[in-house]
Design a protein around this ligand. Structure first.
Ligand code: NAD
Length: 428
């Protein structure tokens, strides 16, 4: 999905070029890493419930697999573009390398709107997606997962189709499966919890107690809801959240000065993370225009909805009180905004680190699936905390040592690891 003239792939390439320059990468390596190694474009014909046939466009990009099989989600979205998928596949490579798991980066998508598709039609899209790619994905090649508007059911249909084509069981082909069908306990919470593990560490470094902080969150889907739950457990209060209103085709922010009640809000939220604004008003929430979340007088901002939200323009609306920004979403901050945040000394926890809990837990799921084993929830979340905290410390240490922005430090660690793997394999 890309809005207006914003092109996420150009942004991802600009970020990479900047790091390649700082690492003094050789020209061949730059050429290799600034584009996906492989990409697949295909059509998925589906017989609709009314008997007509509709043809959907699907994509898969495998940005780099020098460190291990490609890994990354599949999005269903009416405004999906190949450049968004390319950018996200590149960010997945950096994300897996930042948290040091033995996987590369991939991403996929289908241009479709699940709001207007029956369950059977969605199943046909899932099966069609796998039929087009069955020989190019798999446990040792490329391991998909859920992303925006896809869920555990979609993954199970895809797994079933993959196993049907190849014969036998291959639960390590895909992650985000339902628990009880090879899914890992802790996966649902993993990304949101991971965001807060890194926020906890950032606050520790800044000498601030979580219970003395307020936060504002963009989005109220999977990432946002679990981030808010864990942040509340640490004692923090969220005063504002926002979400997309499907009916009005716009976003709204929901504000409560003494803290939103997560369970109450979840009870009036649809399965796509849209909050019912009439019910919210009835419960005493102030309903504001969607971009109000960014102007909140808080200590922590958590963009957890979309890319391109903190821009050269919107960054100027951020309160001077904000000390930490944790990127739950992928690519929410543009390079112009980064410059302003760095100069202001805001502690930015970049997406490749902050939201890496999801892919880290997916990796744990894959390990369990490949071994036909099943870990307890506390074991999964405990391992996740260890991995995220270690990655946070490495990024923070490099940023301090070189006096650089946290995003640059994370990217330098990640790009260097991937470049070394390419060199060690003799690719460059
Ligand atoms: P989701 O579909 O569960 O929720 C998305 C939320 O964003 C919904 O509440 C929706 O209403 C809201 N939203 C959409 N457009 C909006 C707008 N213009 N303004 C305000 N709110 C808006 O998705 P999710 O899984 O929570 O993912 C959110 C972000 O985090 C995405 O960028 C995704 O790529 C990223 N991410 C997710 C995971 C994961 O494990 N789920 C992992 C890493 C990164």
């Amino acid at each position: 999905m890309s809005s207006g003239s914003f092109n996420p792939f150009e942004m991802a390439q600009a970020q990479f070029d900047n790091i390649a320059e700082q690492l003094d990468l050789e020209p061949g390596m730059r050429q290799l890493l600034r584009n996906p190694l492989r990409e697949y474009h295909f059509l998925i014909p589906v017989r609709m419930d009314d008997g007509s046939t509709q043809v959907f466009r699907g994509f898969r990009c495998q940005h780099n697999d020098a460190r291990g099989p490609s890994k990354g989600g599949i999005r269903f979205h009416p405004q999906e573009t190949i450049d968004t998928v390319r950018a996200l596949s590149m960010w997945m490579t950096w994300k897996c390398a930042t948290v040091d798991i033995p996987l590369g980066g991939g991403k996929g998508g289908v241009i479709c709107d699940p709001h207007h598709l029956s369950a059977r039609e969605q199943e046909q899209i899932c099966r069609g997606w796998v039929r087009q790619l069955a020989r190019n994905v798999g446990p040792v090649q490329d391991v998909p997962a859920p992303d925006v508007m896809t869920n555990a059911q979609h993954m199970l249909w895809m797994l079933d189709e993959y196993e049907h084509i190849h014969g036998g069981h291959a639960p390590g082909f895909i992650t985000g499966k339902p628990v009880g069908m090879g899914g890992s306990l802790g996966r649902t919470e993993a990304t949101g919890y991971g965001v807060i593990f890194t926020v906890r560490e950032a606050l520790r470094e800044l000498g601030i107690r979580p219970q003395d902080t307020l936060a504002s969150v963009q989005g109220f889907g999977n990432v946002a809801q679990y981030a808010i739950r864990l942040y509340n457990q640490l004692g923090g209060k969220v005063t504002c959240v926002s979400s997309w209103d499907q009916g009005d085709q716009t976003s709204y922010a929901f504000r409560k000065q003494n803290g939103v009640d997560i369970e109450e809000l979840v009870s009036i939220t649809d399965r796509f993370g849209g909050i019912d604004k009439n019910k919210a008003e009835g419960l005493g929430y102030q309903v504001l225009p969607g971009d109000a979340w960014i102007e909140e007088e808080v200590d922590i901002l958590i963009p957890a909805a979309l890319e391109n939200q903190i821009t050269g323009e919107t960054v100027l609306k951020i309160s001077q009180r904000v000390k930490v920004i944790a990127e739950g979403a992928n690519g929410p901050t543009t390079p112009e905004a980064d410059q302003v945040l760095f100069e202001r000394g805001v502690y930015l926890i970049p997406d490749v680190l902050a939201n890496a809990g999801g892919v880290t837990c997916s990796y744990f799921e894959q390990v369990q699936s490949n071994m036909n084993y099943f870990w307890e929830r506390d074991e999964v979340l405990g391992k996740l905390d260890v991995k995220m905290t270690a990655a946070f410390e490495a990024v923070s240490e490099l940023a301090k040592k070189r006096g650089i922005y946290q995003r640059d430090a994370a990217f330098m660690i990640a790009v260097d690891r991937v470049a070394r793997a390419c060199r060690d394999r003799g690719w460059i």
